[in-house]
Design a protein around this ligand. Structure first.
Ligand code: CAA
Length: 381
């Protein structure tokens, strides 16, 4: 077993680290305070090919692996988690399912635009009544001749403000059991009857947009169905297996930023006549943060490798997300504790890291949902 990164993967990691340190880090506080990502960021990511990193070369992407995307996401999220989630959702929740289930026409229509960053993608599963119980969604898709007419209100849609394409899940058959009657649709932003609604004011990842979507007699042709009619829930779940690896990478990136900030501060800050790094209580915190982070990263990379090699990944993706999101919050808490009162002010970016880490235990399946998925795999005969 060889744990070394290939030359190509090392280059991708170094390129994204360079971009993250030089372009994103100086902007991350601004993104948080102004609750929007600076206009320079997305075009710069397009120039580096990040939006299409995992899109096949035949559709204008770089055709790289999920593991490559994990390396990129760790670097980007270490600098700015708002930018990180935007990329993760675009790649894993939009490009990936179109590539996997899309018709040739859908791939031709959307993947080149998504890969170039001309169009950003969003994923819309949740509603007011369906969060963890995703199959309980009530927005509808009704047949009208060959067309479908969509109605309802969707919630918690990352990148709602900027996205040009939404993968929307609605109930198309109310007569069958709840997970079986759902269909996925590709919904372009400019479709009549479709409106991006209220923007949420969030605790963390404030630079990324999170919106309500309103579907008011939105008419779509049959060519807009992604995958089979009635198989949308399976698509949503399989897609989230990949998405959870992305969010786990985000968590590792945030956790690493916490460890780095805590180590730096511990060496600089003096109390009782010496640097607080000399105290064993502080050293143990740093040691535990580092150990948890490396364990989480191994789980994430293993899950990505399973996905890349076409193996079953549900349990490992959930284990990676569970471990990495817990670790991010552990690291953020210890980092803030090492900073003391200073860390509780906005003079230091660690208070942002503390707020940004929290969402990794909530979105793309809360911690408790990851435990459900893991336990079901263990218990199934
Ligand atoms: N891949 C493919 N199919 C799957 C699957 C997977 N990983 N997991 C389940 N399925 C299939 C099942 O096989 C079953 O299919 P059949 O009916 O054909 O047999 C069907 O889906 C129903 O499965 P379950 O009975 O297990 O479904 P459930 O209702 O018990 O729900 C759950 C399971 C794991 C709790 C699920 O509801 C879940 O993951 N909830 C969390 C939702 C979530 O993560 N939301 C994230 C919102 S998006 C977001 O946050 C993105 C963002 O913007 C950042």
């Amino acid at each position: 077993m060889d744990f070394a990164l290939s030359e190509e993967l090392s280059m991708v990691r170094d390129m994204s680290r360079d971009f993250a340190e030089n372009h994103l880090m100086p902007l991350a506080t601004q993104h948080d305070r102004e609750a929007k990502i600076d206009a320079s960021v997305f075009p710069a990511m397009a120039e580096l090919g990040l939006w299409g990193l995992t899109v096949p070369e035949s559709y204008g992407g770089a055709g790289m692996s999920n593991l490559a995307m994990c390396l990129v996401l760790e670097e980007i999220n270490r600098a700015c988690a708002s930018t990180g989630v935007t990329l993760s959702v675009h790649a894993s929740l939009v490009c990936a399912p179109i590539n996997k289930w899309g018709t040739e026409a859908q791939k031709q229509a959307w993947l080149p635009k998504l890969a170039s960053g001309e169009v950003l993608g969003a994923y819309s599963l949740s509603e007011a009544v369906s969060g963890s119980d995703a199959a309980a969604l009530v927005a509808t898709g009704t047949r009208d001749g060959n067309d479908w007419v969509l109605n309802g209100t969707k919630l918690w849609v990352t990148t709602g403000e900027q996205a040009g394409l939404f993968v929307v899940y609605v109930r198309t058959d109310p007569t069958v059991s709840k997970a079986k009657g759902i269909t996925a649709f590709l919904l372009p932003r400019d479709t009549p009857g479709f409106q991006v609604g209220k923007k949420e004011k969030k605790t963390g990842i404030r630079g990324s947009s999170t919106n309500e979507l309103v579907l008011n007699n939105v008419r779509l042709g049959p060519e807009s169905v992604l995958g089979e009619v009635g198989r949308g829930f399976n698509i949503a779940m399989d897609t989230l297996d990949g998405g959870r690896i992305g969010i786990a990478s985000q968590a590792v990136g945030i956790g690493r930023a916490c460890l780095e900030a805590a180590t730096k501060y511990a060496k600089e800050r003096e109390q009782f006549g010496q640097a607080i790094a000399n105290f064993q209580a502080v050293q143990w915190k740093l040691a535990d943060m580092s150990t948890h982070l490396d364990a989480a990263r191994f789980l994430v990379h293993n899950a990505a490798w399973l996905r890349d090699t076409g193996q079953e990944v549900g349990r490992m993706a959930s284990q990676a997300k569970l471990m990495a999101s817990k670790t991010a919050n552990f690291c953020a808490d210890e980092c803030l504790q090492i900073h003391g009162g200073a860390g509780y002010t906005d003079d230091f970016h660690v208070e942002r890291l503390f707020r940004d880490a929290r969402i990794t235990e909530i979105y793309e399946g809360a911690t408790d949902v990851q435990r459900i998925v893991i336990a079901r795999h263990l218990l199934r005969s």
